[in-house]
Write a protein that binds this ligand. Structure first.
Ligand SMILES: [Zn+2]
Length: 93
């Protein structure tokens, strides 16, 4: 009885963890639902597969970081521009 309760609790936690993990990786809604339903229906198969897939797909950098470009000359942080706002230096991407 206790063992069953522990198993259920860890399964709920695992589902929650996978959901959070999928969200942090900016996986689209369809894939999130597909992964979660696979986990619920066939946990012994889908969990190892998910962990393997996860290992080969690194976390995406957030959009805020990828659109700002540091000027190589003065170090000013520019957003969506080809030349530095501060010193006018051309920013190479
Ligand atoms: Zn600059």
């Amino acid at each position: 009885m206790l063992l069953k309760a522990i198993a259920i609790c860890s399964f709920i936690y695992l589902t929650y963890w996978m959901y959070k993990d999928l969200r942090s990786r900016q996986i689209n809604a369809v894939m999130t639902i597909a992964w979660l339903s696979a986990l619920i229906l066939v946990p012994y198969i889908s969990l190892p597969i998910y962990l393997i897939v996860r290992a080969f797909s690194p976390k995406k950098i957030s959009n805020a970081q990828s659109i700002s470009h540091l000027c190589s000359k003065c170090g000013y942080e520019n957003k969506k521009t080809s030349s530095c706002k501060k010193c006018g230096n051309t920013i190479t991407l």
